[in-house]
Design a protein around this ligand. Sequence first.
Ligand code: SF4
Ligand code: SF4
Length: 333
Amino acid sequence: MMSFQHRRVLYQGSFFILFLFAPVLDLLRFDLTQGYLILFGAPWTLGLDDYLAGRIDHQQMALNILLRVIAPIVLLAIVFLGIAWRWGRLYCGWLCPHFSVVETINQLVHKASGKQSLWDKKPGPPYYPDGRPALSDRRYWLLAMPLALVFAFLWAVALLTYLLPPADVYRNLFHGTLTHHQALFIGVATTVLFLEFTFARHLFCRYACAAGMFQSLAWMSNRQALVVSYQRARARDCAACPSFCDHVCPMRLKPRTIKRLMFACTQCGQCIDACETVQRDNSQGSLLQWIEGQQALQADGSQGLLTGPAAMDKLNKSAPSHWEAVAKVSTVK
Ligand code: SF4
Ligand code: SF4
């Protein structure tokens, strides 16, 4: 059976291809030359031309705006945020074409430097959770940087095809006859995205992405939502582990902390997989696991008694039995 992470990569890869080809297949794009949206091959218009020509009245125009703009946006927002409210940033961890670039470049940067990001203070352990050596090799920079540039270029071209007829864009691109504005758009977008993929990546996801931020806010508002939880009562089982869960996190979070500090968690499950591998000979299994519903509520309630760094300290020092009694699962080594 396909592993959790392989399934996730399959979803991410498929969605990335969909992201590139949705305009080409006329599934979704806004045609600036025509001035309307194209959705599943058909124009999605407001009927503005009919209104200006007097073929439809004010009421029909208002109804068009309600049914073709406001209602679909509200419906999409409800579905998108409803999923986030229940399961967290699933879109980020399982579909987002930006996050799949983040993870791919992270892995290559890790192979080149032992760190997932240039901003990590120290390299991770020189071996993987299963014990295989993870020696870094600087030659991977020769793969990571060109790949970041390729991704940036693909993204830039794809973005342009969401705005201009894809056939024109690709024809001009292949024949070297891009217009001044097309070349400018692709050049600037490629440069900006290359810098972002090289220096920011997960920082953009954490601090600058509106879609991610709204998902996180929806998720935080539900104390019963799916969340990665740490069995603090078993913290001594972590003694021999060089914090693999921290090192594998593509968002550079520390999965053994409280939910509030996991605001940007993408539910990728890599920390859980790492811990399952580390603890594969432990009959009690992983110290990290998904919880939701009542269990999440209890864990959140126990964490909610304390706030701030001093509280984290207190939490660290509190007796495991107390937290066990309150929630069975708790936080922070
Ligand atoms: S929770 Fe698991 S992966 Fe994280 S430090 Fe403990 S044993 Fe290691
Ligand atoms: S905390 Fe775990 S599930 Fe969340 S983003 Fe990091 S590795 Fe993925």
